[in-house]
Design a binder for this molecule. Structure first.
Ligand code: A2P
Length: 337
């Protein structure tokens, strides 16, 4: 079985990784359609020895597609997802537009693959920091029962799309050349700085991004009473997010059992040898499939608590890879046709 597959937002930072990973993971594709805005229509896009022509997305673009991975932002998802589903195209959406819709499965395939079975044409891919954090937290939840956690994120500029990456590069070059630093994507200089502000502020002082960790974490792990507090920070790193977590569990914990749980979980690897200065870092987890977990220790605040550090590729596990893994589960479970 092979499918007609579309990518909405094919020219973006995530879209480019989707093209690459669909090929590298040998997803069964009959025809691939690359969609973006009118600005990109007609431009060539190559991967390996193949070249496609980018098309402007319209309602009719989704006719004949079995699957389309959306990564063009929430407005485009709201505009096109229901229209695509109506035309028989299953949508895996990277934006936050549908994540908390109770009729839309929100999926991390290593955690809740069975959720795909209930889809009604649209499935949601989680927030990048949430997906990467849960790759470290979920195996520990299975072992000890997760009650609450405190997270601080260290989020790469790739999370702001292709222009976030360009801005960090240009500011770093301008700084090195002694030139004036221009700001466009972020309200402050990101090169050689930290910005404790990701997404829009809400009335209670949290940002929308920070609340995704709570709301999406609850939905994906099926833990309606989970308590979470989170501070999201943009850092001058190109493409891998890291998260520092202190978590509280129902049952007594040991570091040994926690390390074993991480080792046994598909999609994570343990990098935890402080004596040799070994822990996961963004440069080591860029263009890498698993997320890295390390710095596991008993937490000094919580009774049954563990502190840990998780790193994963924002463009892969945080976006393109997880979306393709959802498509793979749909294919394996016969839910794409
Ligand atoms: P385009 O390159 O034509 O603007 P990123 O988040 O990396 O900036 O990528 C955003 C993606 O969403 C790009 O592929 C962009 O296409 C696409 N996009 C933005 N606006 C629209 C639109 N109105 N219709 C379709 N695609 C869009």
């Amino acid at each position: 079985m092979a499918y007609n597959v579309g990518i909405l937002g094919a020219t973006g930072a995530v879209g480019q990784e989707i093209i690459r990973l669909l090929h590298e993971r040998e997803f069964p594709i009959k025809e691939l359609k690359l969609l973006a805005s009118a600005r990109s229509a007609g431009k060539p896009q190559s991967f390996g020895d193949k070249t496609w022509t980018i098309e402007e997305a319209t309602n009719e673009s989704f006719d004949g597609l079995d699957l389309c991975i959306f990564s063009a932002g929430g407005d485009q998802s709201l505009k096109f997802a229901h229209e695509a589903a109506k035309r028989g195209c299953v949508v895996v959406d990277n934006s936050s537009a549908f994540r908390m819709d109770p009729t839309v499965p929100l999926v991390v395939p290593e955690i809740n693959p069975e959720a795909v079975d209930s889809h009604k044409g649209i499935l949601a891919n989680p927030n990048c920091s949430t997906a990467i954090s849960l790759m470290g937290l979920y195996p520990l939840h299975k072992a000890f029962g997760l009650k609450s956690f405190i997270a601080s994120t260290y989020q790469a500029v790739s999370g702001s799309g292709a222009w976030g990456i360009v801005e960090l590069e240009q500011q770093a070059k301008a700084w090195a050349n002694g030139e004036a630093i221009k700001k466009d994507v972020y309200p402050h200089q990101i090169a050689f700085n930290l910005i404790p502000h990701v997404d829009k502020f809400l009335e209670d002082g949290y940002t929308k991004e920070e609340m995704k960790m709570l709301n999406e974490g609850r939905k994906i792990m099926g833990l309606k009473d989970l308590r979470v507090t989170c501070t999201c920070v943009r850092v001058p790193v190109f493409r891998a997010h890291s998260i520092s977590i202190s978590a509280e569990f129902e049952k007594p914990v040991t570091v040994e059992a926690a390390r074993q749980a991480i080792k046994d979980f598909e999609g994570t690897e343990l990098v935890d040898n402080p004596a040799k200065a070994e822990y996961p870092m963004p440069l080591d987890y860029s263009e890498v499939v698993p997320c890295g977990v390390g710095r596991i220790r008993k937490d000094c605040v919580f009774e049954n608590g563990l502190a840990l550090w998780v790193t994963g590729d924002q463009l892969w596990k945080g976006a393109a890879l997880n979306a393709i893994q959802i498509a793979e589960v749909l294919h394996q479970r016969g839910r794409l046709s």
